[in-house]
Design a protein around this ligand. Structure first.
Ligand code: DGY
Length: 413
């Protein structure tokens, strides 16, 4: 039996309540937990309506407010971590499942499929969904790119949707994660990255299940809607950049590179169907996002650009006169990413605006040169871009290991 959790803030209460009901009606769900940010309208509406759903379904349903557990912006991380705490302290259930509360396509098989994965021995089961070629731009350009560049031989870059909020964890996973300071302190959008990173770090086998009908939720407008998420997701990757998987440091030889660096048992279900609207959907407002590159320049941002290769600095500054983004191709983004890893300061507003502009130019470059060539072309490109990043970084690591060995041999002779 399991606990199903819906973290929420301001949502359509009807949508949340409907999802709560679906979970509560599921024969393998023992309890449903809703975790709110504050006592606003959605919270009050749930408070009023949950007793009826409880009666109708005969399932335990609880509504709580998130605790202040972390030290970043109080957000989704506090909500999810509050649920982990509740799961460990208030229940003796084996499994916890998280679902975003605003999904309008949620259905019982989302629970069944995850539980069936757990039944055959996977302590982590993650849902993944077909997404439009211009959607998931933080996932592709920040998270998967970072995983590929920093831990190229680990399983991390292979995880389909590392920022997904729909997942199952066994109690043994939660016990480990809840002791991890990085996880508990991450109260913001970085939480998904932390859960993903540490479940791989601890070597838990992972299954990814494909939900072909997709996850329909509120659409984004201009890319500014994603600015906070972008900053927090990059900040999380940056905070982890010096971590190496323990096996890696113990066996730093070339021969075992592929197995030792966070290689875990990881299976992903084949993505059989892609619904028509995923082909047609545009992930964000393209024209509106172009003008964002031209606005909000400060002299400090211009100075910070001196840290980057010249074509990045000149290319981005050209936006002061008119939209310029075609310079931010895959290679330029890789170089930009490494500079950001070294210098970015998530607490500084100029840095926040600068990373936002750099990322926006990457997204617009990709959208106008790749995504417009169609869904399958774009998907092939995105996966192979990650392959190229992994390859590049793995080669750098191999070179380093070879150099270190040579030095060691030289010094011993
Ligand atoms: C992502 O990149 O996955 C975010 O959800 C925005 O689409």
């Amino acid at each position: 039996m399991c606990l199903v959790v819906f973290p929420f803030k301001k949502e359509n209460p009807q949508v949340v309540l409907n999802n709560v009901k679906i979970a509560a009606e599921h024969p393998r769900v023992e309890e449903v937990l809703c975790v709110g940010v504050e006592k606003e309208e959605t919270y009050r509406s749930l408070e009023q309506n949950i007793p009826t759903v409880k009666m109708e379904t005969n399932t335990e349903i609880n509504l709580i407010l998130q605790e202040r557990l972390g030290n970043k912006r109080p957000g989704k991380g506090d909500g999810m971590n509050t649920a982990l705490k509740y799961f460990l302290e208030e229940t003796d259930l084996e499994r916890i499942l998280f679902f975003d509360s605003d999904i309008t396509t949620f259905a019982p098989h989302w629970i069944t499929k995850a539980l069936e994965g757990a039944d055959i021995g996977y302590p982590v089961v993650r849902h993944y969904f077909p997404r439009a070629s211009t959607d998931a731009m933080i996932t592709w350009m920040i998270t998967k790119t970072g995983f590929a560049l920093l831990w190229p031989t680990s399983e991390l870059p292979w995880i389909e949707q590392p920022l997904g909020g729909e997942l199952l964890m066994h109690r043994s996973v939660v016990e480990k994660l809840f002791k991890e300071e990085d996880v508990i302190s991450r109260s913001d959008w970085g939480i998904d990255t932390m859960y993903t990173f540490y479940s791989v770090m601890y070597g838990f086998p992972m299954l990814e299940i494909y939900i072909s009908e997709g996850k329909l939720h509120k659409l984004y407008g201009k890319l500014t809607d994603l600015k906070t998420m972008l900053v927090e997701c990059f900040d999380t990757i940056q905070s982890l950049k010096d971590k190496t998987f323990s096996l890696m440091s113990k066996n730093s030889s070339m021969e075992n590179l592929s197995v030792c660096n966070g290689g875990i048992v990881h299976r992903a279900e084949h993505p059989h169907e892609v619904p028509a609207d995923v082909f047609e959907k545009i992930g964000f407002d393209i024209e509106g996002s172009m003008t964002l590159l031209m606005e909000n320049w400060t002299s400090k941002m211009e100075e910070l650009l001196d840290l980057f290769p010249r074509r990045v600095r000149d290319g981005l500054l050209a936006n002061k006169k008119g939209p310029s983004f075609s310079f931010m191709d895959e290679h330029t983004w890789r170089e930009t990413y490494f500079v950001l890893l070294e210098h970015f300061d998530a607490t500084d507003e100029d840095w926040q605006e600068l990373i936002f502009k750099l990322w926006t130019s990457r997204v617009l470059c990709y959208t106008t040169t790749i995504a417009l060539r169609g869904y399958y072309f774009a998907m092939r490109y995105l996966y192979s871009m990650i392959d190229r990043y992994m390859n590049y970084s793995a080669r750098q690591i191999i070179k380093k290991i070879k150099r270190a060995k040579k030095d060691e041999n030289n010094s011993s002779t």
